[in-house]
Design a protein. Structure first.
Length: 353
């Protein structure tokens, strides 16, 4: 039993775990072109905000190796075009644009195309390695917050396979398992794509964590009946005021946490913050195919032509969030002040806080 990984760069090739096939098939696929990578992100073969960012970074770097020009200016134009293409694969997770921007910034240091290609690859590898270290630190911080609490609920999959390793919301369970600390995790199935049932349950089982699957509609009853003591979730984009976009259903859980007076934690790396967005109203929410709701295993479960609303994410207002757990430390309210302070960032006007 070990913590599963979803992204592998062997120095030559990028392979990813096809998360659409889990848990029945454990299949790794090789991604060779920018188009392969766009498709893998768009179709949720690779998903989860940090994993999307890492994969897109490799995508830009892999695509760059094939651009045949001696002109640095022309090369940068190719890179810009590939970056905007990859950035359009999914709209909500800001880690995607963050990783692509980091790569675009790094080639400003290059003096020739060959050097630019090397810098891109090196930066993608760095993003990958840094994410594993960040997730481990998030897990350590989360373990301290969860001290004395055993029964914890989560939604979607903010786990090892959604990141480089360990995950964000699931990191304390993996680390806890390594150290003999017992958690009872309640995983919401996460309709309509079932990341909870297909991915979180499978992933935690690999790590020997005690996990129980529930449907999303069972959350309130389960909190009451089983005495759930905390809720921990991941994030796709956190605005400057702490409002947090995460998988659809997260907002419901935050409201339940308030009703039951239990803590509601968001676990996310710094790469998930978007300080360019003041609050959650400006976060783009992905809407996906109606068939994710009207069909199950290819079979219709609703009348033909049923009108559907299928947002993949919701936004939890920051006043419902007890703490945001990052690799740099734990942020609590007042988020407006404490987020930029923790990030060591600048205000939108460019003033250092
Ligand atoms: O649509 P998905 O599966 O990419 O949604 C993923 C989530 O909502 C995760 O909770 C989030 O990206 C954090 S992953 C560490």
């Amino acid at each position: 039993m070990s913590i599963p990984l979803s992204i592998n760069w062997n120095g030559q090739q990028l392979t990813i775990l096809d998360q659409q096939k889990l848990p029945h098939l454990i299949e790794y696929v090789t991604l060779e072109t920018v188009e392969d990578i766009y498709e893998a992100i768009f179709s949720l073969k690779v998903r989860g905000a940090p994993a999307i960012g890492i994969t897109a970074a490799y995508g830009l770097a892999i695509g760059a190796q094939r651009h045949d020009t001696a002109s640095l200016e022309v090369f940068q134009q190719y890179i810009q075009k590939d970056a905007s293409y990859l950035n359009a694969s999914r709209p909500t997770a800001v880690n995607l644009g963050w990783a692509l921007n980091r790569l675009q910034d790094i080639i400003r240091e290059a003096t020739n195309v060959q050097q630019a290609k090397q810098l891109l690859l090196a930066e993608a590898i760095k993003i990958h390695e840094e994410d594993e270290a960040s997730c481990r630190r998030i897990g350590e911080h989360a373990l301290t917050l969860l001290e004395g609490r055993t029964k914890v609920m989560t939604i979607c999959n903010a786990g090892s396979i959604a990141t480089a390793k360990y995950g964000t919301a699931l990191a304390p369970f993996h680390l806890g398992s390594e150290r003999g600390r017992h958690f009872e995790v309640y995983a919401c199935e996460t309709r309509p794509v079932y990341q909870g049932a297909r991915l979180t349950v499978w992933e935690l089982q690999q790590s020997n964590v005690d996990v129980t699957l529930i449907t999303d509609s069972m959350a309130a009853h389960t909190i009451k009946a089983k005495g759930v003591e905390a809720i921990i979730v991941g994030a796709d984009r956190i605005a400057a005021n702490g409002d947090t976009a995460n998988k659809i259903g997260t907002f419901n859980l935050a409201l339940l946490a308030k009703a039951f007076d239990i803590p509601f934690y968001v676990a996310a790396p710094i790469s998930t913050f978007d300080l360019g967005i003041e609050d959650g109203t400006a976060i783009p929410i992905e809407e996906r195919n109606a068939e994710e709701i009207t069909h199950m295993n290819g079979q219709p479960i609703a009348p033909l032509g049923t009108k559907v609303f299928n947002p993949a994410f919701d936004v939890t207002p920051s006043h419902l969030i007890t703490a945001i757990i990052t690799e740099k430390g734990i942020i609590t309210a007042n988020y407006q002040k404490n987020i930029p302070e923790m990030l060591g960032a600048f205000t939108r006007k460019g003033e250092k806080i």
